[in-house]
Ligand binder design. Structure first.
Ligand code: SF4
Length: 686
C-alpha cells in the first residue's frame, strides 16, 4: 500500500465546468484519474462538489481526443506535424490580411480556457493582426447582465461572495435553474432556506427543483420579468417604502427614474406578466420587510431581446431598496462556464482591452499601443454575432475559434453553419473534432485544464490557480503554447516560458487585478478582484463607493415595448437549458460513460395539457419546427412545464439540438442571442 501511495500524485485544480469554481485535489497515477477530493480550504465549495466536478473527468483520456493537428487537403483532413499546420495558418492569415485588410480576420476565445489564454488570444488579435475582432461566449450568456450592472453600479460582477448568499434574509432567483446549472450555489441557498429561515422566491417559466422548494414560485409570461420588476419597484416608491437614506447618500438620478416608472402600474404588470396585483403587492411588501436581499439570475433573464434591460431592472430594484454594500445583499448574475468571468476580464472582447478598459478611450489605447508597440483603431471590433453576419456579407474571411463549438452553441445554427461553408479560412482548436471543427481548414489539438497551468476566475470574481496534473496527450498542447506558436510563426518575438509570465504582463496593464501574483495563489489561496492600492482584494464589492467617478450608483430608466413573437401557427414557446448530468454542448460530458449512461439522449418536456390536446403519449417522437428550422426528439410528459411551454435541454447536439430552431434575434444592447424567446409548432412522427 505504501508503494501505491508513493506513485499517486495530488494536484490542486479547479473544476472545468460551471462558474461556481469548485476547487479540489485531483489524485492521479500516470494518466489515470483516481479521485477528486475537495478541501475544507476550497474557497467556493469547501468540501462539496457536484457530480460533474467529482466524476466527469473521463473526457481527458477519451480515445476521441485530438492528438495531432489536422489540415484539410483535397476536401479531407490529414494528420500533419505542428510545423506544417503552423505554416498553413501563418500563410493564410498573412494572405488574407494583405488582400482584405486586418479586419477581415476574427478570433473567438474560450471561457473554458485560462485567463492567460484569453489574454494571449486578444493580444494575438490586437498586437499581431491589429484588429479588435475578438470575442468570447459571454456574448451567448451573461453579456446582458454585465451591461445592466455597468449601467447602474459600475462593475460587471457578482456583488459579494458565494458564501454571502447564506447571509441574505431573502433570495430571489429569476430565470435560473440553479440546482442543475450551479449545483453548489443551489446547495448553499437550500441550506440557508431550510435551516436559517431564509426566504426564497423563485421566478421562472418552468417548475424546476428550486421552484419546488421555494416559499413562492411565480411563473411570469416569457420575457416579461422587466415588467414585474419595474412595477414592484414603482409600487415600493409609491408606498414610500423605498430606502431614502441609502438613495440620498449613494444613488443618482432618482427623480428621472421614478418618472420613467409611470407606465408600470400594477394593472399593466398583471396584464403583461400574468402575476396578480395582490401578488405583486405581496412581493413588494416582502422585499421591503427584509434587511438583506440578494437576487440571482441567469439565462432565463439574459437570453431575451431585452436581456440587458431586464438585468438593469434587477439592479434598479436593489438600489431603490438599499440592497447593495452589505453582506447578504446585491446582484448575482450566475456565470455559466468555469472561466466566463475571466475570459471577459482578460479582454477577449471587441470593445475592451483587458480589465474592461475601453478601446475608444485615447489614454487607455495609447497605454496598450505603447506596451505592445503597435497602433490600434479607436473603434470597437466585431462581436461573435456580427462575425457570422460579416462572413455572410463577404467581409470577414478568416476565423480562428478556440475551444468553442460555435456551430452548435450559437443560435440559428443552420445560418451559422452556412457561414462556415462560405468562409475562406477557418481554424478550430479543441479537444475533440467538434461539429464546428468539421468545417475547419485546420484543426489544432488542445489540452484540457488538467494538462496545464494557469488561472480561472469564478462567478464571485475569485481568481484561482490550476496546476498541471498530466502531460498533454499525444501531440496536443496547452492553448497558450499554441497561440504563442501562431504568433511566432507570424513573426513576433513572444517568448513566454510559463503562464505565470503571461499573467505578470497582464496584471501590469490591468488596475482590476494589479498586484495579483502566482505567489499569492498558492495551494487553495485565492483573490477576488478588484484589487485595492494597499494590495488587498475585494470579497464584497462596493463597500465605500460604486464604480463611477463620483462614487454614486445610477438608476437607469427603462421602457417595455417589445411584441410577442407568438403566432397562431407558431404557438408553442420553446425554452432550453441545462441538465445536471451534462454541460453546455455536451462535448466533454458525453465522453464520460457514467454520465452518458445516466442520461443517454435528449428529450423534450411537454405539458399534460398539450399532450392531451395533441394525443401525444410519453416517449413519442416529435418534430419541432420554428420559422428557421426543425429538430426531432422524444417527448417526456411532465408537470414541470405547463400549457404551451415546451423545454429542451441544450446539451445534446445530435438529438433534438435546440439551436436548429432558435432564430437570429438578439438582445438589443449586447447582441446576445434571444435563445429563450422562440415559438414553434410540433407534430408527432411516431
Ligand atoms: Fe462545482 Fe460547478 Fe464543477 Fe459542479 S460543475 S463541481 S458546482 S464548479
Amino acid at each position: 500500500a505504501a508503494m501505491r501511495e508513493e506513485t499517486i500524485e495530488k494536484t490542486k485544480t479547479v473544476c472545468t465546468y460551471c462558474g461556481v469554481g469548485c476547487s479540489f485535489d485531483v489524485w492521479t497515477k500516470d494518466r489515470e484519474i483516481l479521485r477528486v477530493l475537495p478541501h475544507e480550504d476550497s474557497p467556493a465549495n469547501h468540501i462539496s462538489t457536484c457530480v460533474k466536478g467529482k466524476f466527469a473527468w473521463d473526457y481527458v483520456n477519451s480515445e476521441e481526443r485530438l492528438q495531432k493537428p489536422l489540415v484539410r487537403k483535397d476536401g479531407y483532413f490529414q494528420e500533419v506535424e505542428w510545423d506544417e499546420a503552423l505554416s498553413v495558418i501563418s500563410n493564410r492569415f498573412s494572405e488574407i490580411k494583405n488582400q482584405y485588410g486586418k479586419d477581415a480576420l476574427a478570433f473567438i476565445s474560450s471561457s473554458k480556457c485560462t485567463n492567460e489564454e484569453s489574454y494571449l488570444m486578444q493580444k494575438l488579435s490586437r498586437q499581431v493582426i491589429g484588429t479588435h475582432n475578438v470575442d468570447n461566449c459571454s456574448r451567448y450568456c451573461q453579456a446582458p447582465a454585465t451591461q445592466g450592472l455597468f449601467r447602474t453600479v459600475g462593475y460587471g460582477g457578482d456583488s459579494g461572495s458565494i458564501e454571502d448568499l447564506e447571509k441574505a434574509e431573502m433570495v430571489i432567483t429569476i430565470g435560473t435553474n440553479t440546482a442543475e446549472a450551479h449545483p453548489v450555489i443551489a446547495s448553499k441557498i437550500k441550506r440557508a432556506h431550510k435551516l436559517l429561515g431564509q426566504k426564497l422566491y423563485v421566478f421562472d417559466i418552468r417548475k424546476h427543483e428550486m421552484a419546488e422548494r421555494a416559499d413562492k414560485f411565480y411563473k411570469p409570461n416569457p420575457g416579461t420579468d422587466l415588467v414585474w420588476l419595474s412595477a414592484v419597484t414603482k409600487y415600493i416608491i409609491d408606498q414610500d417604502w423605498h430606502n431614502k437614506a441609502f438613495i440620498s447618500e449613494w444613488v443618482n438620478d432618482f427623480e428621472t427614474y421614478y418618472e420613467s416608472l409611470e407606465p408600470f402600474t400594477l394593472e399593466y404588470a398583471e396584464n403583461k406578466t400574468g402575476i396578480s396585483q395582490a401578488e405583486l403587492k405581496h412581493i413588494a411588501k416582502q422585499i421591503t420587510e427584509v434587511n438583506t436581499l440578494s437576487i440571482c439570475w441567469a439565462m432565463g433573464v439574459t437570453q431575451h431581446r431585452i436581456g440587458s434591460d431586464t438585468s438593469t431592472a434587477i439592479s434598479n430594484l436593489l438600489l431603490v431598496t438599499g440592497n447593495y454594500m452589505r453582506p447578504g445583499t446585491g446582484a448575482y448574475p450566475l456565470r455559466g462556464h468555469n472561466n466566463v468571468q475571466g475570459c471577459s476580464d482578460m479582454g477577449s472582447m471587441p470593445n475592451t482591452f483587458p480589465g474592461y478598459q475601453d478601446v475608444s478611450d485615447d489614454e487607455i489605447r495609447h497605454k496598450f499601443e505603447k506596451a505592445w508597440n503597435v497602433s490600434l483603431d479607436s473603434e470597437r471590433g466585431l462581436d461573435n454575432h456580427e462575425m457570422i453576419d460579416s462572413i455572410h456579407e463577404g467581409k470577414l474571411h478568416s476565423l480562428y475559434i478556440k475551444g468553442e463549438d460555435t456551430g452548435v452553441v450559437d443560435a440559428n445554427i443552420n445560418y451559422v453553419r452556412a457561414a462556415f461553408e462560405k468562409i475562406d479560412f477557418l481554424v478550430v482548436q479543441d479537444l475533440f473534432l467538434s461539429k464546428t471543427a468539421e468545417f475547419a481548414d485546420v484543426v489544432l489539438p488542445a489540452s484540457p485544464s488538467l494538462e496545464k497551468d494557469g488561472t480561472f476566475t469564478n462567478t464571485e470574481r475569485r481568481i484561482q490557480r490550476i496546476n498541471k496534473a498530466l502531460e498533454p496527450l499525444g501531440d496536443s498542447k496547452p492553448d497558450w503554447e499554441i497561440i504563442q506558436l501562431i504568433a511566432q510563426s507570424l513573426g513576433v518575438d513572444w517568448d513566454y516560458k510559463h503562464p505565470s509570465e503571461i499573467w505578470f504582463e497582464a496584471q501590469e496593464l490591468m488596475p482590476l487585478v494589479k498586484g495579483v501574483t502566482y505567489d499569492r495563489l498558492e495551494g487553495f489561496d485565492s483573490l477576488q478582484w478588484p484589487m485595492n492600492d494597499d494590495g488587498s482584494d475585494t470579497p464584497l464589492l462596493y463597500t465605500e463607493r460604486f464604480n463611477f467617478p463620483d462614487g454614486k450608483a445610477k438608476l437607469y430608466p427603462l421602457e417595455f415595448n417589445i411584441e410577442s413573437k407568438q403566432t397562431e401557427e407558431m404557438s408553442l414557446h420553446v425554452n432550453n437549458g441545462r441538465v445536471l448530468e451534462h454541460f453546455h454542448e455536451g462535448n466533454m460530458t458525453y465522453q464520460v460513460p457514467g454520465l452518458k449512461y445516466k442520461l443517454p439522449r435528449n428529450f423534450c418536456e411537454i405539458s399534460e395539457e398539450l399532450a392531451k390536446e395533441h394525443g401525444i403519449e410519453n416517449g413519442a417522437r416529435v418534430k419541432i419546427t420554428s420559422k428557421v428550422g426543425t429538430t426531432e426528439v422524444n417527448v417526456q410528459v411532465t408537470d414541470r412545464v405547463t400549457g404551451n411551454y415546451i423545454y429542451i435541454p441544450l446539451n445534446d447536439q445530435n438529438e433534438g439540438a435546440p439551436n436548429f430552431i432558435t432564430d437570429s434575434d438578439v438582445d438589443k444592447d449586447t447582441n446576445t442571442p434571444a435563445y429563450k424567446d422562440n415559438y414553434a409548432k410540433l407534430e408527432v412522427i411516431s
